[in-house]
Design a protein around this ligand. Structure first.
Ligand SMILES: Nc1ncnc2c1ncn2[C@@H]1O[C@H](COP(=O)(O)OP(=O)(O)OP(=O)(O)O)[C@@H](O)[C@H]1O
Ligand SMILES: [Mg+2]
Length: 303
């Protein structure tokens, strides 16, 4: 495989990615093309089974695609690396280790030459960042689900990755905890200029967090069918963003894609190079009205 960087300003570049499993007549996805700029927060949305986790695993270097390339910071991704931090849907903590030791394990892998005091300082800083200092010497079994998720996030951030990969990191949380952690994540990303690729099933979460939202068509032969620019100001807040009329234009566009277009664009009917859209703005066609009740439809129920 080529290790030459593409001549593109994108920090992360995905080119012609495809995945075919043995025994399947058609690829799960194919011709997946997109880029992510340094410091950008990108969410991907699509129906269950279209291949989002497989794409994230390919970016992490944990899974080999059947075709195509992933480049990060000018180098081809060919295996896992500590310059990419992954938060899995399950928190994936080691149950026999305390919070401190779970994170220290990752920090020591990243900087094997560090002294115990340096490791400890790094661990304590990132545990404080997610508000868990009081629980630092507890084991995962002594923590709530939301606290475990925070440990997973602290661990991923503590290795100061160039790219953060999040697979539905808040999927199992209640709405209140989810909101708190979303706010924390936004604050941390703003502070650290972190580049993020995140899978979510929650349209509102995507509008709150993402600079751009990748919409994936259904499989087989799923593709990134559209890229939606989030035209709301980056200073948007969870509690108030629904007062902005632009919020509903973007939301309706996303829900309409999931309810109608994602299915029609399966079997490779989506374009290889997705158009970038700004729903509701003057130069864009108005999105079709979302079906009645769509304003309160959680994505899981339309999947
Ligand atoms: N080892 C495998 N063999 C055959 N098919 C597989 C294998 N692993 C995954 N798949 C299929 O690949 C597709 C994509 O899986 P993936 O986990 O990436 O989907 P996803 O978009 O993350 O779904 P979800 O939203 O439910 O998490 C699914 O249809 C799944 O059945
Ligand atoms: Mg998945």
């Amino acid at each position: 495989m080529s290790t030459e960087a593409p001549s593109s300003p994108d920090f992360l570049k995905v080119e012609g990615l495809a995945k075919t499993y043995e025994g399947l007549a058609e690829p799960v996805f194919e011709s997946v093309n997109f880029g992510i700029a340094r410091g950008e927060f990108v969410c991907i949305i699509g129906h269950s089974g279209c291949g989002k986790t497989t794409i994230l695993n390919a970016l992490a270097g944990l899974e080999k695609a059947s075709e195509g390339y992933v480049f990060m910071d000018g180098r081809e991704v060919t295996g896992p690396g500590l310059e990419r931090g992954v938060v899995f849907q399950g928190h994936a903590l080691m149950p026999w280790l305390s919070v401190r030791r779970n994170i220290a394990f990752a920090v020591r892998s990243r900087w094997p030459e560090w002294s115990a005091a340096q490791v400890d300082r790094q661990v304590e800083q990132y545990v404080a960042m997610v508000g868990l200092s009081a629980a630092i010497d507890k084991k995962p079994s002594q923590l709530s689900g939301g606290m475990k998720q925070r440990v997973g996030i602290a661990r991923a951030f503590a290795i100061q990755p160039k790219m953060l990969l999040l697979d539905e990191p808040f999927g199992a949380l209640d709405a209140l905890t989810r909101g708190t952690i979303q706010d924390e994540l936004l604050r941390i990303c703003a502070e650290t200029q972190q580049t993020v690729f995140m899978i979510t099933h929650d349209v509102d979460e995507a509008i709150l967090l993402a600079d751009r939202i990748l919409l994936m068509s259904n499989g087989p032969r799923a593709r990134i069918a559209e890229i939606v620019r989030n035209t709301m100001p980056r200073s948007r807040q969870r509690a108030t963003m629904h007062h902005d009329p632009q919020y509903y234009r973007i939301r309706n566009h996303l829900v309409d894609f999931l309810v109608h277009r994602s299915k029609d664009l399966s079997h490779g009917r989506a374009p290889e190079h997705p158009p970038e859209l700004s729903p509701g703005l003057a130069d864009e066609p108005s999105p079709e009205p979302a079906p009645a009740g769509a304003q309160v439809l959680p994505l899981r129920s339309v999947a």
